[in-house]
Design a protein around this ligand. Structure first.
Ligand code: SF4
Length: 374
């Protein structure tokens, strides 16, 4: 590959760049936050979260000092919560070891939690002008089509080679890579898109694009076999004690670690089974109502959820036997890895304090619990 893509791409970007709240700000912290949010999330979904996040946590220090529950609440709805935790871990390292300023090179940035090859390249090139291609899915797709690159772009070694080839095609350390990376992002998300035919008639690179000239745009990029996606059936319990609703904190680590959820378990239950399950925990169920089903798709897994609203007797009406059953059951719950202690709180308090992931959005809505930007 030679440097013939540089000029037309920059000219096109100059006229067609998307206006985004983090663009042109020159603030490495904001560029970093936006790049982390944009991992696995669309630009349009990120906008509102980004504004709210940087208003609440305007610099590295504020992020480093933010209580975890508040941080997760700010991230609520964006998904992939390990990104938020890694942001904070990195902010603490930046405060402790770099005087509160982000390192200026991709190599140094990569040593921070949650910052990989792509993000380090994006920050170093956009904020600090380093000659560093930021190779994400957009760049890989455009590159593969431009050069009819036939290797599996899912392999790390292949991604590294693409970075090296782009850099050797345009090695100038004149600040241009910051613009080129953003131009690739815009071209890849607006014109040379994934899963739909590219709009080559609008593309500034159509004259040099080998796949287009050969009429085989959609044959690239080449991808190996995907990992298997599996379905999981779950039953969700909206347990109401008067005005209060039960939530519990998921264990640290693993899927949705440390976030809050409505109590739930693997497998589908009918209404009788749901009542029996909750009464086994020591609660007296007064009424049960079946709710609409919901599903949530994670990258590797789909939850198919059945749900029940269960009204339970107020504590004073449960009787001593039930209370003691509940207390010993609660002690068990404290020990159990996937059924943490339940917290009963009003929907308003849950809206304010507890981060509920999107997987439970449908049921949160039924209870008028507000999540994230809602
Ligand atoms: S010409 Fe078509 S296939 Fe080639 S980079 Fe442009 S949009 Fe993509």
């Amino acid at each position: 590959m030679d440097s013939s893509f540089v000029k037309p791409l920059l000219l096109w970007y100059n006229k067609n760049a998307r206006v985004l709240p983090w663009r042109g700000c020159g603030d490495p912290y904001r560029i970093w936050v936006s790049e982390i949010m944009l991992q696995q999330t669309r630009v349009e979904a990120v906008r509102g979260y980004y504004e709210r996040f940087v208003a609440a946590l305007p610099n590295v220090q504020a992020l480093a000092e933010c209580p975890e529950d508040e941080l997760l609440k700010l991230w609520e709805g964006l998904g992939y919560y390990s990104r938020a935790r890694n942001l904070q871990k990195a902010a603490k390292v930046i405060c402790a070891e770099h005087g509160g300023e982000l390192p200026r090179t991709a190599e140094e940035l990569r040593k921070l939690p949650g910052i990989g090859a792509y993000t380090s390249g994006a920050i170093a090139s956009i904020a600090f002008g380093e000659a560093e291609p930021a190779v994400d899915g957009n760049v890989l797709r455009v590159y593969a089509r431009l050069s009819m690159f036939s290797e599996d772009i899912q392999k790390d070694a292949v991604r590294k080679r693409v970075r090296e080839e782009l850099l050797s095609a345009y090695p100038e350390a004149d600040g241009t890579w910051g613009l080129l990376n953003q131009a690739f992002m815009d071209l890849g998300s607006g014109i040379c898109r994934a899963n739909v035919p590219p709009e080559c008639d609008k593309c500034p690179l159509s004259g040099i694009c080998k796949a287009h000239l050969a009429g085989s745009e959609t044959a690239f990029p080449v991808r190996g076999a995907k990992t298997k996606h599996r379905d999981e059936e779950r039953t969700v319990f909206l347990i109401r004690d008067g005005e209060n609703v039960a939530v519990s904190r998921r264990p640290a680590g693993g899927l949705l670690g440390n976030l809050y959820e409505f109590p739930n378990c693997e497998g589908w239950m009918d209404a009788d089974g749901a009542v029996a399950y909750i009464e086994e925990k020591g609660f007296l169920v007064l009424t049960v109502r079946e709710l609409p089903e919901a599903k949530h798709v994670f990258s590797h897994l789909t939850w198919r959820m059945r749900a029940y609203e269960l009204k339970i007797a107020p504590r004073e009406e449960r009787g001593e036997a039930l209370q003691s059953a509940q207390e010993s059951s609660m002690a068990e719950l404290q020990k159990a890895p996937f059924e943490q202690a339940w917290i009963f709180a009003e929907p308003k308090e849950i809206s304010r304090k507890y981060a509920l992931p999107s997987a439970f959005a449908k049921y949160a809505e039924l209870l008028e619990i507000r999540r994230g930007k809602e």
